[in-house]
Design a protein around this ligand. Sequence first.
Ligand SMILES: [Cu+2]
Length: 157
Amino acid sequence: MIVRIARTLPLFAAGWLLALSAYANEAEHIRATQAWIRVLPGDLPAGGYVVLENTGDQPATLRSASSARYGSVMLHKSSSEGGVSRMAMVENLVIPAHGKAELAPGGYHLMMSKANPPVKAGDDVKLTFHFSDGSVLDTDFAARPANATDAGDAHAH
Ligand SMILES: [Cu+2]
């Protein structure tokens, strides 16, 4: 009996650890590129844009983002209906296996406000993405001026 328990327990523990590590790794498979922020004048919220690429065999679900620099970071989606543009909060953004999700002007974006200290064009701002399994991914965003339409040369490597 003792022998049987001794043999079973390590196997059980190993299987449990394997399952846990296979599960808690959404962020490991995500590559963030072309990360930039459009800084608007005054207290207007800034838009955050990035391409999230999933190199894994499982979909990854982005739940939220945060930053030490901004008091508030929200995941939004813009849409336009009959010439009227709207924004809605997004609970989840799924990045398909071997696919990507693009956060770009006019679509999904991060909406960031309450910057402290204020963010100006040329700054690098760290944001953290939070995935549904609790894993996180830190990404540096290049702050660009209000008239910018893409990541520019700053993070085009
Ligand atoms: Cu928004």
